[in-house]
Design a binder for this molecule. Structure first.
Ligand code: NDP
Ligand code: NDP
Length: 312
């Protein structure tokens, strides 16, 4: 047992990130059944869709699972209402102020974790009363911090100041990466991109296949004026890059982004016009597998990496 396995009552300190258009009930329940912590990504779900996914997840697993609520999306109060009504025990908030919801959720007996990208926000989350912090480095896919602090530097810096349990995220897809993060001071890890390339992720197969094809250097953090987001380079990304050459206003960036780009790319599989959110570690991902196999392989690699590290 360590701080993370005892906090969530799970077997391994391995958490599957709640990713929009990827983390539905099939993925979350598969990860929880395999001994990790599965998380539903509520950011892309209308309230009634979230309710349906929670109900299906409860039927598919008796193990603990959580819901990620990225606070920059609409209808947060309705999502929170459903989480409470459906008796979900674990909530990860992200992309917003941890003070907004933490005490309310804690009053309802929910374990609350907040995702941050800097030391300053980690301490703000601790002060807000969260049970643990996910510190996510610059390598991570999707929405991310502006500071460009890498996981390798962020984890030891957060660790120096934080008293509550620390979960590392960004750039981790293997047991070796998991061990490295834990050696740097993390009590557990959150893994996103690796689980996009799983059978159970609700992402479109076109997107999953583009993750397999991705190599080092194929993603970039952009749209910092709106909300920084790491994207796989595609036609839409090229259009963003072209627009940047003209020193665009924020409104011009919003216009180019338009509506539902993320859904178009990651859920409907439009690889040209859609927005494709994935981490730098996609360059290391070459296979689509059942989520349980991914969990098993990460844990076996983790144990082997410990043996290898002892020989150094
Ligand atoms: P199911 O596989 O049961 O499908 C539910 C519905 O989604 C079906 O009508 C299905 O259409 C449709 N659907 C499935 N894949 C796609 C796709 N690639 N593009 C367009 N439509 C698709 O899904 P779940 O029970 O897992 O999910 C129920 C609903 O939740 C979905 O409709 C979706 O909107 C939403 N969802 C949201 C996620 C998120 O991260 N926000 C994740 C997963 C689902 P058909 O009948 O043709 O198969
Ligand atoms: P959009 O705001 O472009 O569109 C909303 C998408 O979320 C649609 O696909 C919609 O599904 C789905 N959705 C799920 N729940 C709801 C809900 N309760 N109300 C409305 N739509 C819902 O989506 P993005 O994912 O691109 O952006 C989400 C948020 O992040 C927005 O607030 C946006 O301003 C902000 N943002 C996003 C950036 C990015 O890079 N994507 C950059 C900066 C800010 P459906 O199509 O089925 O209606």
């Amino acid at each position: 047992m360590n701080k993370i396995t005892s906090l969530f009552k799970i077997q391994y300190p391995l958490i599957q990130a709640g990713m929009i258009w990827a983390s539905g009930w099939k993925l979350a329940s598969a990860v929880s059944n395999a001994g990790g912590l599965g998380i539903l990504g509520a950011g892309s779900m209308y309230p009634d869709v979230l309710k349906e996914h929670i109900i299906k997840c409860k039927k598919a697993t008796t193990k603990p699972f959580g819901v990620n609520v990225p606070l920059l999306y609409p209808d947060i109060d309705k999502l929170i209402e459903i989480i409470i009504a459906e008796d979900v025990k674990i909530v990860f908030t992200s992309a917003g102020n941890p003070k907004t919801w933490t005490s309310y959720l804690k009053e309802k007996g929910i374990t609350v974790v907040h995702v941050v990208s800097s030391v300053k926000f980690a301490l703000k989350a601790e002060e807000a009363g969260v049970d643990a912090v996910v510190a996510e480095g610059f390598e991570a896919g999707g929405h991310n911090g502006r500071e460009e602090t890498t996981t390798f530097t962020l984890i030891p810096m957060v660790k120096q100041h934080l008293r509550i349990p620390l979960i590392a995220a960004g750039g981790i897809a293997t047991g070796t990466g998991m061990l490295a993060a834990m050696v740097l001071g993390a009590d557990g890890v959150q893994i996103g991109s690796r689980f996009v390339a799983s059978d159970e992720a609700s992402s479109h197969l076109n997107f999953k296949n583009s993750v397999l094809k991705a190599q080092e250097g194929d993603t970039e953090l952009t749209l910092k004026e709106l909300a920084p987001v790491r994207l796989l380079k595609n036609k839409f990304y090229d259009e963003v890059k072209e627009l940047y050459k003209k020193s665009p206003t924020k409104e011009q960036l919003v216009d180019l982004l338009g509506r539902a780009r993320a859904k178009r790319g990651m859920f409907e599989g439009d690889l040209d016009e859609g927005e494709l959110e994935i981490g730098q570690i996609a360059g290391l991902i070459n296979t689509i597998k059942p989520a349980a196999d991914i969990v098993r392989e990460i844990m076996s690699d983790f144990n082997q990496a410990k043996i290898n590290a002892a020989k150094l």
